[in-house]
Design a protein around this ligand. Structure first.
Ligand SMILES: [Zn+2]
Length: 418
């Protein structure tokens, strides 16, 4: 008896070959890819003997997408904070599990939660351990480490000194977090915090990174201002997220003012950047379609175009631009990670580069590239199957026909029915 599964399809995306390779079979045992190769060769392998065959017909198999930045307990509306604060812990957990299910079914097989309280984090990890719920692989940050009354302070992660920061990293790790998140600047969703102002000194950020490294955690910094970004890069964060270059205009609006010294600091540190092109884009859909809106809405639309240019500028300078959407925040749903890939291509990347940013490269920035991110022996069987080739049409990620997480089919294709 073997629980081996041989996945057959028209072609599979093999990252090391930089494209879709026809006639590749994938052997999966106990949730892990154990071999990938041409059909005839695979059929003759002893391990494939007696394996159940899953034929995906004309579909193309890709690694599942990864999202470096989501908030499972948030509801994606304009009043995220109010709803979150009004809910009971049970309601938050139910919402988080539901959002995670939606995300998994949309073809995202790994997601990092960048901020939830300890009860939500632990309930999600318990559900993942139990194995019944439909979920992506979860990388949880728990409560983000934030200044007193700083961004998302209500999740319980306030700290001031380096020692407090270190203690908090240890405590969230003990509670189940695998990634350490800091709010290096204020945020737009927390009244009283200033997005354009740095919230921690370099010393505290460095302490956080050191402590997290010693615990084998990846590190992620929420950065909206240039100074917060420079400090985070110098501290050595694995990824700098949002990276908005915000400065306050005379009208009190937040303007993206690109600074080369910020990009230079990021390049010197080797940090990856998550810009979140798709975050909140839906909020301006009406203005985009009709051309009608308030002066502030038109300003935000112009900022969005500037963000696309800055994104390309940073990518051209060799910075790994990873896929993350901030799902759960305003106008940012859980089933639209594909939109980030599409927008990366709109910003000027090749589809291949955008796909890598949403698979192998984001896996590296989250320090899980030895576990997942590609179709390769030894990695988790986190796979999706698509009817169209996203190398030609990146929007093909929008409607996966089949999804597998750790070798478990969570969305079956009509083509696979026996
Ligand atoms: Zn966020």
């Amino acid at each position: 008896m073997t629980d081996a599964l041989l996945i057959r399809s028209a072609a599979a995306f093999l990252d090391e070959q930089g494209g879709v390779v026809p006639g590749q079979d994938i052997l999966v045992t106990n949730g892990v890819i154990t071999a990938v190769g041409p059909r005839e060769e695979m059929a003759s392998r002893p391990a494939a003997k007696g394996a159940k065959v899953l034929d995906l017909g004309g579909l193309l198999v890709f690694p599942g997408l990864m999202n470096s930045h989501v908030h499972f307990a948030f509801n994606g509306t304009d009043n995220v904070r109010e709803v979150y604060l009004a809910e009971t812990p049970e309601e938050r957990v139910a919402r988080a599990l539901d959002n995670a299910r939606v995300m998994a079914l949309s073809g995202v097989t790994t997601a990092r939660d960048c901020g939830s309280d300890i009860p939500v984090m632990q309930a999600m990890l318990a559900a993942a351990d139990e194995g019944e719920a439909v979920l992506p692989n979860l990388l949880m940050c728990g409560p983000p480490i934030t200044a007193i009354c700083g961004h998302l302070h209500y999740m319980g992660g306030e700290a001031t000194t380096s020692d407090e920061v270190r203690a908090l990293v240890r405590r969230t790790r003990a509670a189940g977090a695998r990634s350490a998140k800091v709010m290096a600047t204020g945020g737009q969703m927390t009244p009283g915090t200033l997005p354009e102002v740095a919230a921690f000194e370099l010393a505290e950020l460095t302490a956080l990174v050191e402590e997290a490294r010693s615990l084998d955690m990846s590190t992620v910094s929420h950065c909206l201002s240039s100074e917060g970004t420079i400090r985070s890069a110098r501290a050595g964060f694995d990824s700098i997220e949002h990276c908005a270059f915000f400065e306050r205009t005379g009208e009190g609006w937040l303007e993206r003012v690109y600074r080369q010294d910020v990009t230079d600091a990021i390049r010197a540190s080797g940090s990856a950047v998550m810009m979140g092109l798709a975050a909140s884009t839906k909020a301006l859909e009406g203005v985009r379609a009709t051309g009608e809106g308030t002066p502030h809405e038109h300003f935000r639309l112009a900022q969005e175009r500037r963000m696309m240019r800055i994104f390309k500028q940073m990518a051209d300078q060799g910075i790994p631009m990873i896929c993350g959407t901030d799902a759960g925040t305003a106008a940012t749903p859980f089933d639209e990670t594909w939109r980030e890939v599409v927008m990366m291509v709109e910003a000027g990347l090749t589809p291949l580069q955008a796909i890598r940013n949403a698979t192998t490269i984001v896996a590296r920035a989250m320090r899980i590239d030895h576990e997942a991110g590609a179709i390769r022996a030894g990695l988790r069987a986190d796979l999706i199957a698509l009817a169209d080739n996203p190398l030609e049409n990146p929007a093909a990620f929008r409607t996966p026909a089949w999804v597998m997480v750790r070798g478990r089919e969570i969305l079956s294709s009509p083509m696979t029915s026996p």
